[in-house]
Ligand binder design. Sequence first.
Ligand code: SF4
Ligand code: SF4
Ligand code: FES
Length: 216
Amino acid sequence: MKATVKILRWDPERAVKPRYRTYTVPFSSGDKVLGGLLYIYKHLDPCLSFRFNCKGRHCGECAVMINKKPGLSCAVPMSRELTIEPLQNLSVIKDLVIDRSRTYRSITERLPRIGGKKHEGKGLRTLPMDLVDRIVRLDDCIQCMCCMAVCPAYKKEPETFLGPVGLLALVATREEIPGIDVRERAVPCTDCGQCEKVCPRHIPIHSEAIRKLKGN
Ligand code: SF4
Ligand code: SF4
Ligand code: FES
């Protein structure tokens, strides 16, 4: 089988605007989009930039927009017509590579400080098992940023709103930060639930984490 793969290419240091390039890629049943990108890189266009690491849905590095939906390219099957773009709402370094460090920085700089004087000298304490279960479940995030790519509130207020990843981090640690009111951080969230729908780890980002944060 052959696929027509349209990829949004852009080197912000060299070109003012992004543009699409189209490639014809052979594929077999069971092949994933990442395989198509690797074929293009090896056989058609060695200048194409994209990221991957584990090839097994564990690292989150390979997330891109595939036919307008965010997804892990190592998990989404190849199909005959594909449009591949960088994740929306995030800055592009080149082609399909987004600037993760800038996103992490902007989130962590706006998170309340965890630890500090309130914890000094308190030693270890036992957490209730339901809290442990919740933290482990929410902590399953692989930082792929798919949820950030569909969040309308993050799109509108990227400089101030933490986005689903930041809110998730708050919820996972909230009960460890006594005295900090984090509810206001969730105010811009519109409760659309899109973040949860696209999460490849099926984390209950909105139905559990954000709703809990909002006190619903
Ligand atoms: S539910 Fe809230 S955080 Fe999730 S995508 Fe919608 S606005 Fe963003
Ligand atoms: S919460 Fe899900 S979609 Fe968002 S970064 Fe983590 S793994 Fe990806
Ligand atoms: S390459 Fe690691 S999640 Fe796809």
